[in-house]
Design a protein around this ligand. Structure first.
Ligand code: NAP
Ligand code: ZN
Length: 366
């Protein structure tokens, strides 16, 4: 038995915003535009959006204060601005950070009086409509319900409800051309980890998810090495954007594995980009799962022929050199935390505290 659910309308191609601009009038009367500090402007997506809203006479308020790994405090600040200005839909422009923050801001406003903590109680809450315009090609947040926020202790926590799927996503790869080399690589490797980890969880059970994952992994395997040498190539950018969206569709149905859980503290406490954090943890996690179920890993990582080949692919981008060695105190604290993550229950293999101690001690040794 399997189910497939994806309520997001996706428009893709150069100029999709302008061509489909009436969408901005169909979902509300006053917009809160949610962005990071500069990428929405630099990419050109913010100007295009504002021009359209002005042409349509749709008023808007801009909240451009979302940082990487967005905090509860930032979301609550954005929520206050949305409420004070009576906005009734959200346009999120940027990478996963602004998109995720926008989902939480929209939910907080629809349910007056709740706090960020209330988003994690497992309730199914309503949200104002969310329009997503991604400027990175990685998280897949444009087609997932998930919002990953950082609480006041520095812990990354995710929630997702059917109301927090974007109602519409516009994919225009021109907005991704301005990503730096580092962000391009990190986000593409995040997409790859979604595709691989999602299929490890799925284990072939949902044939649609398997198909999406196989396509996504195949594209990233073929295209990413070329893109890293030709970053201005719009066709290659479009392919990676498409692969990241497919991988988002995968995790919308499966979630991720312990590789994501293990990487979270690296982003929260060491500033390591999310996709790089996954890339340096995924091999050890997959090796452990393979000890319990080798066939499952072999099938999920195709067209990579072995974990060794996947490791070589990741090493070709020198990802291990991008993380520092950890102190023994960090190793102990993070291992305790990661061994309790819900991600560990999604796959076979004994992902206990000792496993994480070994994983974290191995980082930064290159
Ligand atoms: P991000 O944190 O949104 O952005 C990373 C950096 O890239 C920022 O400095 C950003 O600048 C910059 N940037 C983004 N687009 C750019 C562009 N086109 N040109 C120039 N610079 C650009 O990166 P992300 O990897 O997309 O998102 C990571 C977050 O998403 C993490 O918090 C992660 O946990 C979460 N995540 C969510 C899901 C999900 O399903 N919702 C899945 C995986 C991960 P600005 O600060 O100026 O914007
Ligand atoms: Zn991710």
């Amino acid at each position: 038995m399997w189910r497939y659910f994806l309520p997001t309308r996706v428009f893709s191609g150069s100029g999709v915003l302008k061509i489909n601009q009436t969408v901005f009038k169909e979902n509300g009367t006053k917009a809160l535009i949610v962005t990071g500090r500069s990428s929405a402007r630099v990419s050109g997506a913010l100007d295009d959006t504002i021009e359209i809203l002005m042409n349509l006479d749709v008023p808007y308020v801009l909240f451009d204060g979302v940082e990487e790994n967005p905090s509860f405090a930032t979301v609550e600040k954005g929520g206050k601005i949305m409420g004070e200005n009576d906005c009734d839909f959200v346009v999120a422009i940027g990478g996963g950070s602004p998109l995720d923050a926008a989902k939480a801001i929209s939910t907080l406003n629809k349910n007056k009086g709740i706090t960020c903590d209330d988003l994690y109680r497992g309730d199914s809450l309503a949200a104002f409509p969310i329009i997503a315009i991604p400027t990175t090609s990685g998280t897949g947040s444009e087609v997932t319900p998930y919002s990953i926020l950082t609480d006041s202790n520095g812990t990354k926590r995710g929630f997702g409800m059917s109301s927090t799927f974007p109602i519409v996503s516009f994919l225009d790869a021109r907005y991704t051309l301005t990503m730096s080399h580092e962000v391009t690589l990190a986000t593409a490797l995040d997409a790859l980890s979604h595709s691989l980890e999602g299929e490890v969880v799925n284990n072939g059970d949902n044939p649609l998810v398997k198909m999406l994952s196989a396509e996504s992994t195949g594209i990233i395997h073929r295209v990413l090495p070329r893109l890293m040498n030709r970053e201005n190539d719009l066709t290659l950018r479009e392919k990676i954007q498409y692969a990241a969206m497919l991988a988002g569709m995968v995790i919308a149905h499966t979630g991720t594995t312990a590789a994501h859980a293990a990487g979270y503290p690296l982003s929260s406490f060491k500033g390591i980009k999310h996709g790089i954090a996954n890339a340096v943890t995924i091999i050890k996690v997959f090796e452990r799962i393979a000890q319990a179920d080798p066939e499952r890993i072999a099938r999920a990582i195709e067209p990579f022929e072995s974990i060794g080949e996947l490791e070589e692919f990741l090493d070709s981008f020198e990802v291990q050199k991008m993380v520092p060695a950890l102190t023994e105190d960090e190793v102990q604290r993070w291992s305790e935390q990661s061994s309790k993550a819900s991600h560990n229950k999604k796959t076979p293999g004994n992902l206990d505290r000792d496993f994480y101690i070994d994983l974290y001690r191995g980082l930064g040794k290159h």
